[in-house]
Design a protein around this ligand. Structure first.
Ligand code: NAI
Length: 286
C-alpha cells in the first residue's frame, strides 16, 4: 500500500505545503490536507474550478489528487477551547469539527491511519512589529499558532500514525540568527519549534517509532511571507550572498520533505535540515 500523508497548512498553490504535497504525491503518497477555516471556501472553490490545475501537474504528467480537504484551526485543540465569538463567526459557523482533536478523529474515521504528518503553518498577528514592541498577546498568539500547534498536531495524530511514520515542520533561520523584520515573537516561535523537534523526536521515537524533523527553509514568495513585507529583500539577499546564487523553488523544499518522510531517511530524527541554498553557512555576505 502507498503511504498516506496529512498536510496541515495549505490554502493556495504558492506555499511550501502545496509543494510538499506535490513531492509526496509524485512519490506515490495519498494526500489529505488541513486548510485554515477562514481560507477553506476559496481554496475548495479554486480547486474545484480548476484554478490550480496547472500547478497540480506532477513530473509524470498526471495531476496531483487531493483525496480530502479538512477544515482546521490549529489554534484550538478541542471544541471546549473555542470562544463564542469564533464559534458564531460567519466564516467558522459554516464548517464543523475543525479543532485539532476533531480533525484527527475525522481522519481516523475516514482512513484509519496515516504515515506522514506535515506542519506547514504559522501565524503571528504582530509579525511586522519589532520584538521590543511586541505585546504579550501578540507573542503568545505567535507561539500558539506557530509552535504549540505542532505539539498539538503530533499529540493527536501520533496515535493514528503507523510505526515507521514521519513528521515534518517548516522553520526559519530567524530562530538562531538575527533577521530584522521577522518580529512579533515569530523568531521566538521558530526557536521553540526547533527545540520541540528534538524533544518530540525523543518522545515519539521511543514510544511509537516515529521520526520528527524540521526543514529550515530559505525565503519563498508565499502568501504568508508576502504579508510580512520583506520577502523580496530576503530573496535578493540570498541570491547575492548564498553559496548557490539561484532563487530557491518551493519544489526543492518539497523534495527534501519527501526524502525526510521516506525510508531513505530512516535514521534521521530530531534534525534541522537546511534547504536554503546554503545561506545558513555564511558568516558574512560577500
Ligand atoms: P503559506 O501562506 O503557504 O502557509 C501558511 C499557512 O498557514 C496558510 O495556508 C494559512 O492559512 C495557514 N494557517 C495560519 N494560521 C492557521 C491556523 N491557526 N490553523 C491552520 N492553518 C493556519 O506560507 P508558507 O510561507 O509556505 O508557510 C509555510 C511554513 O513555512 C510556515 O511554517 C512558515 O513559517 C515556513 N517558512 C516559510 C518561509 C518563507 O519564506 N515563505 C521561510 C521559512 C519557513
Amino acid at each position: 500500500r502507498g503511504k498516506r500523508a496529512f498536510i496541515a497548512g495549505i490554502a493556495d498553490d504558492n506555499g511550501y505545503g502545496w509543494a510538499i504535497a506535490k513531492s509526496l504525491a509524485a512519490a506515490g503518497a495519498e494526500i489529505l490536507v488541513g486548510t485554515w477555516v477562514p481560507a477553506l471556501n476559496i481554496f475548495e472553490t479554486s480547486l474545484r474550478r480548476g484554478k490550480f490545475d496547472e500547478s497540480r501537474v506532477l513530473p509524470d504528467g498526471s495531476l496531483m489528487e487531493i483525496t480530502k480537504v479538512y477544515p482546521l484551526d490549529a489554534v484550538y485543540d478541542t471544541p471546549e477551547d473555542v470562544p463564542e465569538d469564533v464559534k458564531t463567526n460567519k466564516r467558522y459557523a459554516g464548517s464543523s469539527k475543525w479543532t485539532v482533536k476533531e480533525v484527527a478523529e475525522s481522519v481516523k474515521e475516514d482512513f484509519g491511519s496515516i504515515d506522514i504528518l506535515v506542519h506547514s503553518l504559522a501565524n503571528g498577528p504582530e509579525v511586522s512589529k519589532p520584538l521590543l514592541e511586541t505585546s504579550r498577546y501578540g507573542y503568545l498568539a505567535a507561539i500558539s499558532a506557530s509552535s504549540y500547534s505542532y505539539v498539538s498536531l503530533l499529540q493527536h495524530f501520533v496515535p493514528i500514525m503507523n510505526p515507521g511514520g514521519a513528521s515534518i515542520s517548516l522553520t526559519y533561520i530567524a530562530s538562531e540568527r538575527i533577521i530584522p523584520g521577522y518580529g512579533g515573537g515569530m523568531s521566538s516561535a521558530k526557536a521553540a519549534l526547533e527545540s520541540d523537534t528534538q524533544v518530540l523526536a525523543f518522545e515519539a521515537g521511543r514510544k511509537h517509532g516515529i521520526r520528527v524533523n524540521t526543514i529550515s527553509a530559505g525565503p519563498l514568495r508565499s502568501r504568508a511571507a508576502k504579508a510580512i513585507g520583506f520577502i523580496d529583500m530576503m530573496i535578493d539577499y540570498s541570491s547575492e550572498n548564498a553559496p548557490l546564487q539561484k532563487e530557491l523553488s518551493a519544489e526543492e523544499v518539497g523534495n527534501a520533505a519527501a526524502f525526510l518522510a521516506s525510508p531513505l531517511a530512516s535514521a534521521i530524527t530530531g534534525a534541522v535540515l537546511y534547504v536554503d541554498n546554503g545561506l545558513n553557512a555564511m558568516g558574512v555576505g560577500v
